[in-house]
Design a protein. Structure first.
Length: 253
C-alpha cells in the first residue's frame, strides 16, 4: 500500500485530487491533506516519510519550496501549479512529475505510472536540493508588462514596480516613481510570474517589492505592519498565515 500526502491550499482542489488519486491507485492511503507551508514542515518533522507527496507550488503562506529548506523530504514528489513558467523539465530528470491545474485525469494517471515504477523498483535517493537548484536557476520570471490605456500602449519594467494592489478585482502596479497602471492579470497569476526573491504577497490585496519597504512595525503578536514607498492609502499588514514566511523572506531564507 502506498502512503500519499497531499499539500494543497484550495479545499475543493485538494478533495478532487484525493478522489482522482484513489481512482488511479485504489490501494493508496491518503495519510493527510495539508494546506500550508507551516503545516507541511510540522508534518515532516513529526511523521515518517510518505511514499509520495503532491505539492502545490504556491500555498497561502508562501512557496512550497520553503518546506525543503526547513525539513528533509526524501519521498518522490509530484508538483502541481497553475502555470508552466518553472523549469519543469527538471522534474523528469529526477523521476518526479508535475501537473498543470486543473489536473486532468490522463495526466494524473501518467504521473501515477511513473510513481509506481519508482515505488516498486529500488532506485537511488532523489536529491531534492539539486532539483530545487535546477528549477530556480532556470525559472523565468516576468521582466516587463504591456500596459494599455485608451488607445495607447506602453511597457513597464518589473524592476520599476514598488508593489501591486488589488482593488475591485483589478490589479494595479504602483511604480517606484509614483505612477499607477492596471494589469491584465489577477493576483494569483502575478504571484506566480514575479521573482519570489524580490516580491512577496503579504495578504490577498498586496504583493510588495523588497525595495519598496520603508518601515516595519509589530502590529500584533504575529502580524507586521509594513509602510511602503510610495505610500498607500490603506494600512498594509502582513496576514497572520503569511507572517512566518514573510520573516523568512526578509532574512533571505
Amino acid at each position: 500500500m502506498a502512503r500519499i500526502l497531499i499539500i494543497e491550499d484550495e479545499e475543493s482542489a485538494s478533495k478532487r485530487l484525493a478522489k482522482m488519486v484513489k481512482e488511479a491507485l485504489p490501494e493508496a492511503e491518503i495519510v493527510e491533506q495539508l494546506s500550508s507551508v507551516a503545516s507541511a514542515i510540522n508534518w515532516f518533522q513529526t511523521n515518517p516519510q510518505p511514499d509520495l507527496a503532491f505539492f502545490d507550488i504556491h500555498l497561502a503562506d508562501g512557496s512550497s519550496f520553503q518546506t525543503f529548506k526547513q525539513v528533509k523530504v526524501e519521498c518522490p514528489i509530484i508538483f502541481t501549479t497553475a502555470f508552466d513558467q518553472y523549469a519543469l523539465e527538471a522534474f523528469k530528470v529526477n523521476s518526479i512529475d508535475y501537473l498543470l491545474k486543473p489536473v486532468k485525469k490522463e495526466e494524473l494517471e501518467r504521473a501515477i505510472d511513473k510513481f509506481k515504477k519508482l515505488h516498486f523498483k529500488p532506485t537511488a535517493p532523489i536529491d531534492i536540493q539539486k532539483l530545487l537548484s535546477s528549477i530556480q536557476q532556470k525559472a523565468e520570471y516576468k521582466e516587463r508588462f504591456v500596459i494599455k490605456f485608451g488607445e495607447h500602449m506602453r511597457t513597464i519594467q518589473t524592476a520599476d514596480i514598488a508593489y501591486i494592489v488589488s482593488e475591485n478585482r483589478i490589479s494595479f502596479a504602483m511604480l517606484k516613481e509614483g505612477k499607477r497602471y492596471a494589469l491584465d492579470f489577477n493576483m494569483d497569476q502575478l504571484e506566480e510570474m514575479l521573482d519570489p526573491k524580490k516580491f512577496f504577497r503579504i495578504n490577498r490585496q498586496f504583493i510588495i517589492c523588497y525595495d519598496a519597504i520603508a518601515e516595519m512595525h509589530t502590529y500584533t503578536k504575529s502580524r507586521v505592519l509594513v509602510k511602503l514607498n510610495p505610500p498607500t492609502k490603506e494600512e498594509t499588514i502582513v496576514s497572520t498565515e503569511r507572517s512566518a514566511a514573510f520573516k523568512a523572506w526578509l532574512a533571505g531564507d
